[in-house]
Write a protein that binds this ligand. Structure first.
Ligand code: GDP
Ligand code: MG
Length: 441
């Protein structure tokens, strides 16, 4: 998507005269791109119509900043589409709130319930989980496992088949225990749709949730609008969480979900783990949708931190989505050269909090040096392989011996590499802006 929109804008900025025909061509291109990103057809049409109204051709013809004006207009329109105009109900710490999760089976409800609980628990809340999914075998076990891992109290039953009864019992119990965030997970079976919606309605009526959250898998494509609408028609959906944003989906379905439920997206799920969960923020999301980066700040930092002669190559590699051990090595070198590790690198995704916790700079530096010693024992092939699947036991053993480190340490270093590679792979397809170019937005 980013690619084709930039291309459309590029074509437009190359045209000397901006007339209606050029604008129409540009909007056609953008329409195609947004449809590919799973934005619903009607929404795209509304947006392009708005843009036609907003963008004044005379202004464009006179000014130089055509590209910027169009870009800004698209950006603003998409932001507006993600804003339903009113915030969702926000639970308050210390006051009891019941939050019910709904969504199709497989959308990520159970996972997201735990993430949501865990997120609040870290901030000092007292969350609790209630499993009102009596339909799927193993549903309670899954929630139990998740909850136990996060040390969150839970309620459910292997025997009881009435979801309403369990939901009510669970909510009552945790109210008595003074939990301030009681989360009710529901079933989401595909078959017998009418029955599912009836069950949700009953659970909702019995537990009187303060907030109903609709959980949507970002990869469902154009189906997003109808699905969201179907749920909204049965229960009072008040907020949306979009899951699996770490996959290939471009996230355009989020626009549909907002339009269909008239509710804001509040979080996104970015992985299977408990902490792969982010507060939803409209502007960076739209930037990403358009491929122009909440990376703008990051890019500026690259220009500041990475030596000039290495920049083009590094950016090129990042845009290809390849993050090799050699790139990691070179970035470690840059970090160490900067002397005491400052805040500068805190901008680089992944290189901050986990690798270099604040206040533990000395330790981090020693760790980085240790990693580099091990990498010195690697072959060129190992360093340059885009997917280090070649890292088998015998290679790991050789590296450990060669660097005089433990096997465990080599493995730890490779884990660190994998973690960073995962984060940096999100930059694949990134349009590489020149210094300062993005400050326009
Ligand atoms: P439910 O049927 O709606 O309760 O969905 P589950 O919570 O059981 O999730 C279905 C599958 O999606 C599981 O394998 C989860 O690990 C996975 N999943 C959930 N959220 C995410 C996410 O944000 N990213 C990825 N990659 N997987 C997710
Ligand atoms: Mg479930």
């Amino acid at each position: 998507l980013g690619g084709s929109i930039s291309r459309a804008l590029q074509q437009m900025s190359n045209a000397t005269i901006i007339d209606e025909k050029v604008l129409a061509e540009c909007l056609n291109e953008i329409t195609r791109a947004l449809l590919q990103a799973d934005v619903q057809f009607k929404l795209v049409r509304d947006m392009t119509n708005n843009i036609k109204k907003i963008v004044n051709l005379d202004d464009l013809a006179a000014g130089h900043n055509k590209r910027r004006i169009i870009q800004q207009a698209i950006f603003n329109e998409l932001c507006k589409m993600l804003d339903p105009g009113k915030p969702s109900f926000t639970p308050k710490k210390g006051k009891t709130s019941v939050v019910m999760f709904v969504g199709l089976q497989g959308s990520g409800k159970t996972t997201t319930c735990t993430k949501y609980a865990f997120y609040h628990q870290k901030k000092g809340w007292k969350p609790a989980l209630v499993c009102a999914d009596t339909f799927r075998a193993g549903a309670f076990d899954q929630l139990k496992q998740n909850a136990t891992k996060a040390k969150i109290p839970f309620y459910g039953s292997y025997m009881e088949s009435d979801p309403v009864k369990i939901a009510v019992e669970g909510v009552e119990r945790f109210k008595k225990e003074n939990c301030d965030l009681i989360i009710v997970d529901t079933s989401g079976r595909h078959k017998q749709e009418a029955a599912l919606f009836e069950e949700m309605r009953q659970v909702s009526e019995a537990t009187k949730p303060d907030l109903v959250i609709f959980v949507m898998d970002s990869s469902i494509g154009q189906a997003a609008f109808d699905q969201a609408q179907a749920f909204k028609q049965s229960v009072a959906v008040g907020a949306v969480i979009v899951t699996k944003m770490d996959g290939h989906a471009k996230g355009g379905g989020a626009l549909s979900a907002v339009a269909a439920t008239k509710s804001p997206v509040i979080f996104i799920g970015t992985g299977e783990h408990m902490d792969e969960f982010e507060v939803f923020d409209v502007k960076p999301f739209v930037s990403r949708l358009l491929g122009m980066g909440d990376w703008s700040g990051f890019m500026d930092k690259i220009h500041e931190v990475v030596p000039m002669d290495q920049q083009p190559e590094l950016l090129q590699k990042l845009s290809e989505g390849s993050f090799t051990l050699r790139i990691m090595y070179e970035q470690f070198q840059n970090i160490l050269k900067m002397g005491p590790i400052g805040q500068v690198f805190s901008m680089l995704p992944g290189f901050s909090a986990e690798l270099m916790p604040k206040g533990r700079e000395k330790e981090s530096q020693a760790k980085i040096k240790r990693y580099m010693t091990m990498m010195d024992s690697m072959t060129d092939k190992e360093l340059d392989s885009p997917t280090p699947k070649i890292m088998n036991d015998s290679r790991i053993m050789r590296i450990a011996r060669g660097s005089g480190r433990q096997l465990r340490e080599v493995m730890e270093m490779l884990e660190e590499y994998k973690r960073l590679a995962k984060i940096w792979s999100k930059m694949k397809g990134l349009k590489i802006p020149k210094k300062g170019e993005m400050s326009a937005l």
